[in-house]
Ligand binder design. Structure first.
Ligand code: SF4
Length: 371
């Protein structure tokens, strides 16, 4: 990320340093959110974290997000947490293959600065983080969906996880946990069986502050995956996240605390020397984890759409990310648009390499999918 910034832009440079714990500079709380207990708990957490600018709004509309230049809007948005009530449309769980049966959103938006961010094509407006104060409503559909789903429910390989609910489609839930508490609450409630048996949560993260999760009554019903990448990809394209080594240490701590864990290797990019780089990553993971760990691996190659490319280039105009569709294959996405993926021969080469190397280096791991 720093490669995209003028050297004198101290504010933006500060934003993208490796972060263990994110604390927003600005917190906006809608009127409806302030009336809910979880909303009040988020305000208390932000106050305790030292946030000076906490504004309780008169109504439920978020305004004033767009003042200044595009860079100023971006920088301010990434430092802003909005505490809102999820609208009914955000409360209807959607299928989310190949990760999980269903998607649940604790929040929308992420304070980190990854230049390939997969959220770019799906979030509207300045990239603030909206956390949902009506957490009870977000989690309420879980029991009625138990036993329903087409990804893990009834699947020979993954059926042991029951009906699965993915928490990290639109946010990095651990990245905002210290000021929201939503993730710990969801893990503990599902772990205590408040939503019945046969259901489990899963999320992936690029942060490492897992201490609040270690003593929760998770009952093995949440699989935590750490999103990792080669040193070259992480160094060039990730900002404001924990370092990859810190994420691997966090993975070890979660495994020791009895969580089923996983690696999300994403986005896989065939940069020069990629085999050596990814082999080193897998070796570092193998050295950190106990031999009997319940470990899964998800492998996701880099892709983009016209919409996500436009947004990413507006956020990171000097990025070195390969967003040229000339070297890609166009595929129809499940949402009807076009996504650009690596050509089939390269995909085959990378897939074969990864499956062989994971098998050799992490023999206890199950590869769930390659995409
Ligand atoms: Fe996007 Fe994930 Fe990076 Fe956050 S951590 S900016 S969600 S890629």
């Amino acid at each position: 990320m720093l490669e995209t910034l003028p050297a004198d832009d101290a504010d933006l440079a500060t934003l993208v340093r490796p972060a263990r714990r994110w604390v927003p500079k600005h917190v906006l709380v809608t009127r409806s959110a302030a009336e809910l207990e979880h909303g009040q708990q988020i305000i208390a957490r932000c106050t305790a974290a030292g946030v000076q600018d906490i504004r309780l709004l008169d109504g439920d509309r978020l305004t004033g997000l767009r003042g200044g230049t595009e860079r100023e809007v971006y920088a301010r948005a990434k430092q802003t947490l909005a505490v809102v009530v999820a609208p009914p449309s955000a409360l209807r769980p959607q299928p989310i293959p190949p990760s999980a049966d269903w998607r649940l959103d604790l929040a929308k938006g992420c304070p980190a600065h990854c230049q390939y961010c997969y959220l770019a094509g799906s979030l509207q407006g300045p990239p603030i983080t909206r956390v949902y104060a009506n957490l009870d409503d977000v989690l309420a559909p879980i029991p009625s969906l138990a036993g329903q789903g087409t990804v893990t429910t009834g699947d020979a390989l993954r059926g042991g996880e029951g009906t699965t609910f993915e928490l990290s489609c639109y946010t990095d839930p651990l990245g905002i946990e210290s000021v929201t508490g939503s993730l710990s609450s969801a893990i503990a409630r599902v772990g205590r069986g408040e939503y019945g048996d046969g259901v489990s949560l899963r999320f992936t993260t690029k942060f490492d502050d897992v201490a609040p999760l270690l003593d929760l009554p998770h009952d093995g019903r949440t699989r935590v995956r750490l999103s990792v990448n080669s040193a070259a990809v992480s160094r060039r394209f990730e900002g404001g996240t924990a370092s990859v080594s810190a994420r691997i240490t966090a993975l070890r701590d979660l495994a020791r605390a009895g969580y089923p864990v996983g690696l999300t290797v994403a986005p896989v990019m065939p940069l020069p020397g990629w085999q050596d780089d990814y082999a080193a990553l897998l070796r570092e993971v193998a050295a950190a984890l106990p031999a009997d760990v319940d470990l899964t691996v998800e492998l996701i190659t880099h892709r983009f759409t016209e919409a996500s490319r436009a947004v990413l280039l507006s956020w990171y105009p000097r990025t070195l990310l390969d967003l040229d569709d000339a070297g890609r294959s166009a595929k129809r996405s499940k949402f009807g648009g076009t996504k650009y993926v690596y050509p089939a021969p390269l995909m085959r080469e990378m897939r074969t390499w990864f499956e062989r190397e994971v098998d050799a280096t992490l023999p206890q791991a199950r590869v769930l999918y390659w995409t």
